[in-house]
Design a protein around this ligand. Structure first.
Ligand SMILES: Cc1cc2nc3c(=O)[nH]c(=O)nc-3n(C[C@H](O)[C@H](O)[C@H](O)COP(=O)(O)O)c2cc1C
Length: 205
């Protein structure tokens, strides 16, 4: 990325903000549901976990979105965490609305949530609240069901491009073994990785 010198006031324009916000890496999810028989959805990199009790997640959607005013009426919404081979699929989900689901392998919950095959994780949610936030709306979703594939790597979105994670990027030893009071997940095979003891990485994600 090009260097951005300290910028403020009137110079804090959309291009500068997009570049600086884009330095923060994220995953990407598909947010999708069935509305009146139609398959409706978008790709979103603004997804984040919010609360364990009650279970809440969020994403931000542009107020200019044509899809959200329709998708918000789905009874249930599916969140699929995209895997590292889903870069093309991601672009498709962000492209022309009538072709977003062409040739996609999907399953549907009884309540209409649409979940992608081969996702890293899948969450079945319903709309909890919407908070207006400038040119976006923060959408809070209540989580009803989850599942995760342990061995799939996520797609990473960073500086307007897709990247991959390296497994050794996070050294548990350097984190004093705990994040938010919970044990840090150790690489498989190391002492302390017994089933049921590895929790807590979610707040650092
Ligand atoms: C990697 C990636 C991440 C995106 N993240 C978001 C997001 O967090 N929020 C959002 O409103 N749109 C996001 N978009 C754009 C939407 O997927 C979609 O293109 C946009 O909502 C326009 O379509 P619509 O008018 O049908 O809503 C993202 C697109 C891409 C390719």
């Amino acid at each position: 990325m090009t260097v951005i010198p300290e910028t403020s006031g009137a110079d804090l324009d959309p291009r500068v903000l997009r570049d600086v916000f884009g330095t923060f890496p994220s995953g990407v999810v598909a947010v999708a549901g069935r509305v009146g028989g139609q398959l409706v959805g978008i790709a979103a990199s603004s997804f984040t976990s919010v609360s364990i009790d009650p279970p809440l997640v969020s994403f931000s959607v542009a107020r200019t979105s044509n899809t959200w005013p329709v998708l918000r009426d789905a009874g249930e919404l599916g969140i699929s965490v995209l895997a590292d081979h889903h870069d093309r699929l991601c672009r498709q989900l962000a492209g022309p609305a009538d072709r977003r689901f062409d040739d996609l392998a999907l399953r549907s919950s009884a309540g209409g949530a649409l979940l992608l095959d081969e996702a890293v994780a899948s969450l079945t949610c319903s709309l909890h609240a919407e908070v207006e936030a400038g040119d976006h709306v923060i959408v809070l979703l209540r989580v009803h069901a989850v599942c995760a594939e342990g061995d799939r790597a996520p797609l990473v979105f960073h500086e307007s491009g897709f990247k991959r994670l390296h497994r050794d990027d996070l050294d548990p030893a350097a984190l004093d073994g705990r994040i938010n009071g919970e044990p840090v997940r150790k690489p498989v095979g190391e002492p302390g990785t017994e089933p049921g003891t590895a929790r807590g990485a979610e707040d650092a994600a």
